[in-house]
Design a protein around this ligand. Structure first.
Ligand SMILES: Nc1ncnc2c1ncn2[C@@H]1O[C@H](COP(=O)(O)OP(=O)(O)OP(=O)(O)O)[C@@H](O)[C@H]1O
Length: 266
C-alpha cells in the first residue's frame, strides 16, 4: 500500500531476556520531507532562496556546501526550529502536521556538542532517555542500542569534557538516536574529528539508512557525502546549484574537475 507507514523491529536479547525496539520508518514511497520554494532571512538578510527538494522514506540526502552556504539554516528549518520566511515544508505528505508531533519524530544532531560536560556518556544518555520517557530496562536497552550504533562503550567512565572531540560527537549522535526518530538531521557531524570517529559516524549513518530511517546529512566534504548519501543537494550562497543522485554527482565532479585538494566545494 503506497504511503503506508512502515516500521523496523529489532529483537534484542541480553541477560534480562528478549525485548523489542520499534523504529517507525515512514514507508519507502512516502515523501517524508518536501520543501517547496523555501527561503529564509535573518531579519533583512536573506540567506536561503528558492530551495525545492523532497526526501523519501529511508533516503539519505546530503547537503553539500562551503562555509556560510546556508546548510545549518536549512537543517534548522527542516528540524522545525525556524519557520520559513518564504515557501513551505511538508512532512509525511500532510500539510497540517502539528509541530509538537513532528518534533517527537525528528532527531537533531546539532553542530555544537549538546551534552552535560561533567557527566559520563552513560549519565548523559540516561538523563536524555528519561526526558523521552524511557525507563528502567527499556532505557538500559535503548542506551545499549545507540552506543552499539555509534561505537561507544556503555562503560566509558570519563566525563564528556575529558573525551576526544570524536567521542564527544559520537555521544552527541547517540543522544539524538535515543528517541528512535523517523527523521535524523545531522549538521556537519564530522567537523574536526579523528578518522576512527569519522568512520564510526559514517557506519552509524549507513546502519540508520539500512534500518529505514530518513537522514539529512550536511557536510562540506564531498568524499563523505558520497559515502553515505543517496541524493545530494549542493548549496552555494543560499541557493541550490544542483540536486543529483550520488552517481550523477560523482561523475559531474570528475568531469567538471571540482576535486579540490582540501576536499571543499567552493
Ligand atoms: N543567527 C543568525 N543571525 C544572523 N545571520 C545568521 C545567523 N545564523 C547564520 N547566519 C548567516 O546566514 C548565512 C548562512 O549561515 P549557515 O550557518 O546557515 O551556513 P553553513 O553553510 O551552515 O555554514 P558553516 O559551514 O560555516 O556552518 C551566513 O551568512 C551566516 O552569517
Amino acid at each position: 500500500m503506497k504511503d503506508a507507514p512502515s516500521f523496523l523491529l529489532i529483537i534484542y536479547y541480553d541477560t534480562i531476556g528478549y525485548s523489542l525496539i520499534i523504529y517507525f520508518t515512514g514507508g519507502n514511497n512516502m515523501e517524508i520531507i518536501k520543501c517547496s520554494n523555501l527561503g529564509y532571512a535573518y531579519k533583512k538578510n536573506k540567506v536561503l532562496e528558492d530551495i525545492s527538494f523532497s526526501i523519501e522514506g529511508g533516503e539519505v540526502l546530503g547537503i553539500l556546501g562551503p562555509n556560510g552556504a546556508g546548510k545549518s539554516t536549512l537543517m534548522t528549518l527542516c528540524a522545525t526550529l525556524l519557520k520559513p520566511t518564504e515557501g513551505t515544508i511538508t512532512y509525511f505528505n500532510d500539510e497540517n502536521k502539528e509541530i509538537e508531533d513532528l518534533r517527537t519524530r525528528i532527531g537533531l544532531v546539532p553542530q555544537e556538542i549538546a551534552l552535560y560536560l561533567d557527566m559520563t556518556p552513560n549519565e548523559n544518555l540516561s538523563f536524555f532517555g528519561r526526558l523521552y520517557g524511557l525507563k528502567k530496562d527499556k532505557l538500559k536497552k535503548q542506551i545499549e542500542v545507540v552506543c552499539e550504533l555509534t561505537g561507544i562503550s556503555t562503560k566509558e567512565g570519563k566525563k564528556i569534557k575529558e573525551l576526544s572531540g570524536g567521542m564527544k560527537r559520537r555521544v552527541n549522535i547517540a543522544a539524538a538516536l535515543l528517541s528512535s526518530p523517523e527523521i535524523l538531521i545531522m549538521d556537519e557531524p564530522t567537523v574536526g574529528i579523528d578518522t576512527q570517529s569519522r568512520n564510526e559516524i559514517l557506519n552509524a549513518v549507513n546502519s540508520m539508512k539500512n534500518s529505514g530511517v530518513t537522514v539529512l546529512y550536511s557536510s562540506h566534504y564531498y568524499d563523505e557525502i558520497l559515502k553515505v548519501c543517496s541524493k545530494i543537494l549542493v548549496l552555494k550562497d543560499g541557493r541550490m546549484t544542483s540536486l543529483k543522485e550520488r552517481d550523477q554527482l560523482k561523475s559531474a565532479l570528475l568531469n567538471e574537475d571540482l576535486l579540490y585538494e582540501d576536499n571543499l566545494i567552493d
